[in-house]
Design a protein. Structure first.
Length: 339
C-alpha cells in the first residue's frame, strides 16, 4: 500500500472538506505576529475524521497548548542526531528551540559540531565570539571554564546558546586518552542544567566520540531525517549506536521520535520513503512533518529562527506544531515512568 496523497482514501465529501479546510487554514495562516500566542497547530478536534489523508497515512492527533511553567529546570536534554549530513539537524535545533522558547520554556542550544553551523545560524558570524570561548574550552576544562560563564544570548530572551567553532574538531583527539571520555559533555553541562527547561544538542554528522558524548549526556534523542533512501539507511545505523549507548553508557536514554524533514509530497520517492519509514519505525515517527521551503535558508542567512522572522509562515507553523507534539510525547513518557 502506498501512503495516500490528500483525499485518496478520505471517506468524506471532498468538496465540503476542501471548503472547510480552506476556511480553517486561511484563519490560521493570517494570524498577525502580535497574536502568536493564539496560534493553532493541527486540525481542531472536529477535523479528526479527515486525518487519514495526511502524508504519513495515519490519523493526526491534536496536541494541547503547552501549559505555563511555574519554575525553571532541571533541564531535559535532547540530542538531535543523524550521522548523515544535510537532513535538517541544525535547522531543526534552531527552530524547535525557538518554538519551545515561544511556549515559555527556557532553552539552551548546544552547538556540538565543529562546523559551527548552529552558531552561524543564530547570527554569530566570524569574529562575533570576542573572548574566543566556546563549548570546546568547557569540554576540556569544565571547572576552569564553566558552561554558565560562556552562554550567549540571542534575540529571543528565552533562547541561549553555547557556541562552537573549528576548535571543537580537536576535541575528539584530546578526549581519546581521557578517563571517562564519553562523559565529558555530561560533566560540562552540570553547571547549566538547573537554569533551563530544555537543552538541545546539535550533533555533528558522524557517530564519533563527540556524538557518543552527546548521547551519553542526553535524556532522549530526536532524529531528523530526509525522506530518501540513504537517509533512511542512516536512521537504521543510528538506532544500532543508540542501543549500544543504552547498554553501556546511558540506560535511561530513549528516542523521542524520528522527524521527517525537507518533505515534498509531490515526489513519489518521498511518499514511498515515508511509507517505508513508518512501516519500519511505526509511531516513533512524528506525526508532524517539516516541508521543504525557501524560508529556511533565508532565515538562516539572516541569523534568526523562522519562528521569530516569519511567525505566520508554513515553516513556523510546522515547527510550532512539532514542538507541541514533542512536549506531549515527553509528558506522556514521564507519566508512564511514574506509574
Amino acid at each position: 500500500m502506498t501512503v495516500p496523497l490528500p483525499f485518496d482514501e478520505a471517506p468524506i465529501d471532498k468538496g465540503a472538506f476542501e471548503k472547510e479546510y480552506e476556511q480553517y487554514t486561511t484563519t490560521v495562516w493570517n494570524v498577525p505576529a502580535t497574536g502568536r500566542s493564539e496560534f493553532l497547530t493541527f486540525f481542531p478536534d472536529e477535523f479528526a475524521i479527515y486525518a487519514p489523508v495526511g502524508i504519513t497515512g495515519r490519523p493526526i492527533p491534536s496536541f494541547p497548548r503547552p501549559r505555563a511553567k511555574a519554575t525553571v529546570g532541571p533541564a531535559w536534554v535532547i540530542a538531535l542526531c543523524n550521522q548523515k549530513g544535510g537532513v535538517g539537524k541544525t535547522t531543526t535545533t534552531i527552530n524547535l528551540g525557538a518554538a519551545l522558547a515561544e511556549a515559555g520554556r527556557k532553552v539552551l542550544l548546544v552547538d556540538f559540531d565543529p562546523q559551527g553551523s548552529l552558531s552561524v545560524g543564530l547570527g554569530m558570524r566570524q569574529g562575533a565570539l570576542d573572548d574566543g570561548l566556546t563549548i570546546y574550552e568547557t569540554l576540556m576544562d569544565p571547572d576552569g571554564v564553566p558552561a554558565d560563564s560562556i552562554v550567549r544570548h540571542t534575540a529571543n530572551p528565552n533562547l541561549h546558546i553555547l557556541a562552537a567553532d573549528i576548535k571543537l574538531s580537536a576535541g575528539e583527539l584530546r578526549l581519546a586518552g581521557e578517563v571517562s571520555r564519553e562523559r565529558a559533555l555530561e560533566r560540562a553541562l552540570e553547571s547549566v542544567r538547573l537554569n533551563y527547561d530544555y537543552i538541545l544538542i546539535d550533533c555533528q554528522p558522524s557517530l564519533g566520540l563527540l556524538t557518543v558524548n552527546a548521547l551519553t549526556a542526553a535524556d532522549s534523542v530526536l532524529i531528523p531525517t530526509e525522506c530518501e533512501f540513504f537517509a533512511l539507511r542512516g536512521v537504521q545505523m543510528l538506532h544500532q549506536t543508540i542501543t549500544t549507548v543504552q547498554q553501556r553508557l546511558n540506560s535511561k536514554l530513549r528516542i523521542d521520535g524520528i522527524l521527517p524533514t525537507m518533505v515534498d509530497a509531490r515526489i513519489s520517492h518521498t511518499r514511498e520513503s515515508m511509507e517505508t519509514l513508518i512501516e519500519t519505525f511505526g509511531d516513533t515517527v512524528f506525526h508532524s512533518i517539516i516541508s521543504r521551503t525557501v524560508k529556511f535558508p533565508e532565515t538562516t542567512r539572516a541569523g534568526v529562527s523562522i519562528i521569530d522572522s516569519a511567525p505566520t509562515s508554513a515553516g513556523a507553523i510546522a515547527y510550532r506544531t512539532m514542538a507541541w507534539e514533542l512536549l506531549s510525547r515527553i509528558d506522556s513518557a514521564e507519566m508512564t515512568d511514574r506509574s
